[in-house]
Design a protein around this ligand. Structure first.
Ligand code: NI
Length: 262
């Protein structure tokens, strides 16, 4: 299993970070990507990655912190991005749900970091909430033939997912997919089921977004990378296939997108 989106640098793991990492790798975890969301967390991510062969880092400023982005910060993000264990720019994007940062500032910071990723030919990790139209319009503008990335923690419709696939993106699913009960009537199915059923297997990534979004049966606890297996199990059930197939295919997808093979 590859957990493609963790925040194990967060203070929630200060007391047992090494233990959590060990639990993941002992429990069948192969690699994990720790995602930066501020300058400080991007630095911490890189440090974690440097000290652990199978941990990789991304560097970027989350839309909630878009107002911290200036030339100096961008330069430092770029420096972190140039290190060999930093494999993506992110998480970057737009969040119009309840952000205290204005839309204009978010868009500016997003564009600046997209350009950074393109200049260095790096994949991007995107956070998007209640801003899909704006996000797709911006991505269209920057589209190139080798454009690549993931829309992380995806919860929206198949129609919107299709637009991202057409732009060349992968789609990442978290423990949120486990929050819904299986219904026997197809018309009672949650939208996310329809999205997953329609998703080509070779475009799916799995992630925890830990310490947040603990999947069932761990819901209510702090999330950790090992729990990504519950996301894979649920996707396997929705797609009526085996856990092993989801594990193998999502591994391949993550290795391809982030270039983290041997
Ligand atoms: Ni995140």
């Amino acid at each position: 299993m590859i957990d493609t989106h963790t925040h194990i640098d967060f203070k929630e793991f200060d007391d047992d970070r090494e233990e959590i990492i060990k639990r993941f790798f002992d429990g069948g975890g192969e690699k994990l990507i720790n995602v930066g969301c501020t300058l400080e967390s991007s630095k911490r991510s890189y440090k974690l990655a440097k000290n652990n062969e199978n941990i990789f880092a991304s560097a970027g400023i989350h839309p909630h912190d878009a107002d911290t982005v200036d030339e100096n910060v961008l330069k430092m993000i770029e420096e972190i991005a140039m290190h060999y264990k930093t494999i993506a720019i992110g998480e970057i994007g737009l969040d119009f749900f309840k952000s205290t940062t204005s839309r204009e500032i978010q868009v500016q910071a997003f564009r600046a970091q997209l350009e950074l990723a393109q200049n260095h030919n790096m994949p991007i990790i995107i956070h998007c909430r209640d801003a899909y139209n704006d996000l797709i319009n911006i991505l269209e503008e920057y589209k190139t033939s080798n454009w690549k990335g993931v829309i992380h923690c995806y919860t929206a419709s198949w129609e919107i997912a299709e637009e991202f696939l057409n732009l060349g993106f992968f789609i990442g699913f978290t423990g949120i997919v486990t929050y819904y009960k299986d219904k026997t009537e197809p018309n009672e199915e949650p939208e996310i089921y329809r999205t997953i059923k329609n998703m080509p297997l070779d475009k799916i990534l799995i992630e925890t977004d830990c310490p947040y979004l603990s999947p069932i049966p761990e819901r209510g606890k702090r999330n950790e990378p090992l729990f990504v297996k519950h996301v894979a199990e649920k996707i396997a059930r929705i797609k009526k296939t085996s856990f092993e197939e989801i594990e193998n295919q999502t591994n391949k997808n993550a290795i391809k997108l982030f270039n983290i093979g041997l």
